[in-house]
Design a protein around this ligand. Sequence first.
Ligand SMILES: Cc1cc2nc3c(=O)[nH]c(=O)nc-3n(C[C@H](O)[C@H](O)[C@H](O)COP(=O)(O)OP(=O)(O)OC[C@H]3O[C@@H](n4cnc5c(N)ncnc54)[C@H](O)[C@@H]3O)c2cc1C
Length: 591
Amino acid sequence: MNDRDRKQPAEPPSGISRRRLLGGMAAGAAAGAALPLAAPSRARVVSDAPERWDLEADVVCVGSGAAALTAAVTARHGGAQVVVLEKAPVTGGTTAKSGAVLWIPNHFGLRERGIEDRREDCICYICRYAFPELYSPTADHFGVPREDYERIAAFYDNGAAMVDFVRGIGALRLKEWRMWDLDIPPPDYLEHVPENKTPTGRPLAAVDESGRYCWGYGMIQQLESWLTAREVPVLTGHAVTDLVMADGRVVGVLAEADGAVKRIRARRGVIFGTGGYAHNVDLLHRFQEVFVYGSCAQRSAQGDFIPIAARLGARLANLQGGWRTGVILDQALENRAVGSGMFVPPGDSMLLVNRHGVRVVNEHRNYNDRTRIHAVFDPVAGDYPNRFLFMVYDRRTAAIVGENGQPPIRPTESYVIAGRDLEELAANIRKRLAEFGAPVAGFSLAGDFAANLAATVERFNGHARRGRDPDFRRGDFLYDREWHKVWGNFQYTDEFGPNPYPNPTLHPLAEEGPYYAIILAPGVLDTNGGPMTDASARVLDNRGRPIPGLYGAGNCIASPTRNAYCGAGGTIGPAMTYGYIAARHALEERP
Ligand SMILES: Cc1cc2nc3c(=O)[nH]c(=O)nc-3n(C[C@H](O)[C@H](O)[C@H](O)COP(=O)(O)OP(=O)(O)OC[C@H]3O[C@@H](n4cnc5c(N)ncnc54)[C@H](O)[C@@H]3O)c2cc1C
């Protein structure tokens, strides 16, 4: 087994090779080229079922990512006639670009290792992380609204069962995930809170027949081949635009394909797994606190399910949400569908500062939580001082950070700004911002940026020498330290060796330049708000009643774990579990 074979898709893909990353970008671009870029405009709900259908099935699965294909496999295995409709010319959605890591509580691997991931404990952790402002350890449902608690509980109750099911029927190979060459179970993204009683080891990953991690493409291929071997049509180029209703029940869909509208019957249910709205600029402006400049989601993430379900009176929730990551502003302004986010700024002699030249966050916290800092509002300035953050580093970090699935930070990259000293760096950042013009209008560095930056670096260097970061506690947590290695993928040189200071995540920046900076803007892997579902994945109407025949899973619905990225695989785990739940309910229900 060579090095690359042993490397693991980190989550998102820290271990992704540049070749594969570019492949992902190409696939995204290819998909984007032929796609309608806005949600279908012909808004209508057909109230009467047509006399003639173009295609009939028991269960119609819309989308072909993790959520929809898991639903399709579950429904097909249960004996249903299934059809999969995919808008893009290729299958897989954003899942195909992913590391194919799934966060699943109490899975077979934990059980085999004798680790008890207890129901109440795990639900408590998710409630604590997803609803920090409501959470109370002693209150009923941990203080979380009952319906949200039930959705979290259903995730726990069905996650491991879903995994056993897809493995058991040979639809998907999975094994416990280990981060790259580090042979330790990965720490969760909020592993250090006392509520997390199983802080490491919940992530699983898809593998090929040789047991090697197979990434999102491999995962989609396995699920899709299982379906096609059982004669399930997986129809690409079919954009679902509307639902067909009869007697208050969803009984089919309208799909645009080859310029025509097809009427497709769903005797038992329609299950949406159509992804979020990361590339629907109109919805982003309407719902996000600060603009989302870029996303590594596929361009087909247009939030189509939101208007389709809203026309039926669906209740919408978590629309302001997202699975967040920083993106490089220069790249996002060129093409908002970026190949990869800057998930975690890598390196030890590196820090992030805002427009005032001060640090505002622990740079090594997970991408989802860290990126939320961009949306902090300054009530005196009446603006967002962290709208853009500046990743400042020196020659050491530039030299030792290896390929890690994120954009490279080499000084030769066009988005890397350089300066012989910190003052020149500040001036060059200012110049770069001015060059962007309109897209960053209204944002500029504060007058004292350069002076503050010098003071910030000096203070940071003191922390690094002492090995403690009293400002943001960088490196105090297992997550910071272990993922620091993953995102660093350090390749030491004769000049720059392993970090000799007490805290491996902190190293003083050099006393002399050159120094470098990359401008980071708010971005998302995808958004995660939309129609609200119940614990059976049924879409609810405005009165909280299920809309018969309509289900949703994955990023197209209001996320059952809200904005808590529980650990590596925190989006695909719930997406597949809810696809499984939806299909089982559709099979069990008698229309
Ligand atoms: C680089 C990268 C790495 C990642 N790694 C991980 C990871 O390892 N683990 C993890 O948990 N998360 C990861 N994520 C996030 C994860 O990929 C997504 O959150 C997840 O795959 C979403 O799955 P989904 O099934 O909801 O949607 P998608 O996989 O996006 O599938 C939605 C599909 O629906 C189709 N569609 C949209 N509208 C319509 C319509 N009207 N009609 C028909 N079809 C339609 C789309 O074309 C798309 O194919 C990563 C993301 C990125 C970008």
